[in-house]
Unconditional design. Structure first.
Length: 550
């Protein structure tokens, strides 16, 4: 349809051309669709229309980006820009209302179609392409280094599609032709950082850029990112401070520099979080909201996290609520709900905690931490049957790399709690065969407890004895690890002695030996009547042995 049918044509063109993918598409997310399957349904609905409006096409592009279908999004963006260029070139009034520095001549439109969204989609993109970046620096450069710019353009295309390894190869080829070109090196660095490895190679390139003083404040930030990823937090802080100083000397800041300033402080706050200096991190994040270009969703979440760690739980909940009103994406929303659930859990508001964590789980099938928190809440509520079901869902639905022995043992512990003793025995027998390392002591103990409850008392005694020999070095798992509080191994030892005494009483009390006597005497002195009775029986049968002999 004709663009001119829209009442606010100048505003729409300005957004699409100057800041196309800086439109906060989380606002579309919030206003229209919140989950991936709803985006897909929305796209099907829009595509079913006989005539697509400009807004329909914009929605389709954003939806495809949201679903990581970048090729489909790029085609729509290309057609949008071509239509805009035609409309603008036919309407002098629209041309006059374009933002400063923006041109939509049909001749160069095709050269920049795939580049408009590069900044928004690249995690380590430090600046936004301006008009000169998109149409190349000049006709002279294009003529003298056409091959280099060919490789550079291909590198940009792969960078746009998140194919960082290929992007790096093309940028490297461009650098071989023109090794002094800082722009090529800069983008090569972006590709390397996005690959997530070979950090040293990124550092080398960034230091070369630092020496050439190319986009220095952005390069300083890149160095800080690099050291942050490598956990050299002191060096990262130093480079962040340098970037902040450079920005302070470059007033007034343009939009990209305002964004960079917020990013510098944001990364600084994250570093202090890693230092567990929550008060300092809280102050930094709070001050970001006062900057010209704050990052409200991410900032409110980080503020909430700091407040939670500072035990200011009610304030943390308020911050998480603010963050949830405008989440960056569905995964951010899931994380916000999970942290809110943890806050309610710490306040012992278990129903609210359960409600929040269920909302988090409903967003995505794969949410290991949220599912584990749900188990913890259910165990705290002593709803062991639902907790068992929740653990089975973790094992069935989550990635196998996340299914640790601890999770497997948790299922066995819950089988015992739910009095499914025969199943527990079979389950722990299987785990003992699978894990024959330091974990086996705990596994054998739980196997012994299962034997005890199915009345195989004689067999269980040996497993209890094995545990009591090494209990001080036993590593705890399952339900004993699920609690945040430190579990008292001595209390556990006394509980096992109690079970052992019952097993002996139910099988062969005459088989008591000196070690058994000492353990029973200790248990009896703690007020355990069953141990007291067993000792009396033992002394009655063997009158020559005094109760306190051992």
């Amino acid at each position: 349809m004709g663009i001119s049918e829209h009442e606010n044509i100048e505003s729409i063109i300005s957004k699409v051309v100057e800041h196309f993918l800086d439109i906060q598409f989380e606002e579309f997310n919030e206003e229209f669709f919140e989950c991936t399957d709803q985006w897909e349904r929305g796209i099907l609905y829009v595509k079913s229309k006989s005539n697509l409006t400009f807004i329909d096409r914009l929605f389709l592009a954003l939806g495809f980006i949201h679903l990581s279908k970048y090729n489909s999004a790029e085609k729509i963006i290309a057609n949008l820009i071509l239509d805009l260029s035609k409309e603008v070139n036919q309407n002098e009034n629209l041309r006059l209302n374009l933002p400063d520095g923006v041109s939509l001549s049909i001749e160069d439109t095709s050269n920049r179609i795939s580049l408009f969204s590069l900044n928004k989609l690249s995690r380590f993109s430090f600046y936004k392409h301006n008009e000169e970046d998109l149409v190349y620096e000049s006709q002279e450069n294009e003529f003298q280094a056409s091959d280099a710019y060919h490789f550079f353009r291909e590198g940009l295309r792969y960078l746009y599609h998140f194919e960082y390894d290929l992007a790096e190869q093309f940028f490297s080829q461009a650098l071989k032709i023109d090794p002094e070109n800082s722009e090529f090196r800069f983008h090569k660095t972006i590709a390397i950082l996005n690959e997530g490895y070979e950090t040293d190679k990124a550092l080398d390139d960034l230091k070369i850029l630092e020496e050439s003083e190319y986009k220095l404040q952005f390069v300083k930030y890149g160095l800080a990112l690099c050291y942050y990823e490598s956990q050299y937090y002191d060096k990262a802080l130093s480079y962040l401070d340098e970037a902040i100083v450079l920005l302070s000397l470059n007033q007034p800041l343009n939009l990209e520099e305002e964004k960079l300033l917020s990013k510098c402080y944001y990364l600084k706050g994250r570093i202090f979080q890693n230092f567990e200096l929550w008060e300092i991190a809280y102050d930094i994040f709070s001050n970001i909201n006062k900057l010209p270009y704050p990052i409200p969703s991410s900032i409110n979440f980080q503020i909430g996290l700091c407040l939670e760690k500072l035990n200011r739980v009610h304030e943390a909940l308020e911050s998480f609520e603010k963050a949830s009103s405008n989440p960056r994406d569905i995964f951010s929303k899931q994380k916000i709900l999970e942290r809110s659930a943890r806050c309610y859990f710490s306040l012992k508001e278990y129903e609210m905690a359960l409600n929040k964590v269920k909302q988090a789980i409903s967003i995505s099938s794969y949410c290991f931490e949220s599912r584990l928190l749900m188990v913890k809440i259910l165990v705290t509520k002593k709803d062991y049957l639902k907790a068992e079901k929740a653990v089975r869902q973790i094992i069935a639905l989550e990635r196998q790399d996340d299914i640790t022995l601890d999770i497997k043992i948790l299922l066995g512990d819950l089988l015992i709690k739910n009095q499914k003793f025969q199943k527990a025995r079979e389950y722990f027998a299987q785990l003992i065969q699978e894990y024959k390392t330091e974990e086996s002591a705990y596994l054998k103990l739980q196997y012994g407890i299962s034997l005890f409850h199915i009345r195989k008392y004689r067999e269980s005694i040996q497993f209890f004895n094995d545990f009591l020999k090494v209990y001080q070095n036993v590593k705890l798992y399952g339900l004993n690890r699920l609690n945040d509080t430190k579990f008292d191994l001595e209390t556990m030892r006394m509980n096992i002695i109690s079970l052992k005494s019952k097993a002996i009483a139910a099988s062969q009390p005459e088989k008591l030996n000196s070690l058994d006597c000492r353990e029973l005497n200790e248990l009896a002195e703690s007020g355990n009547m069953e141990a007291e009775i067993l000792l009396i029986r033992y002394c009655t049968q063997k009158p020559n042995i005094s109760r306190n002999q051992n």
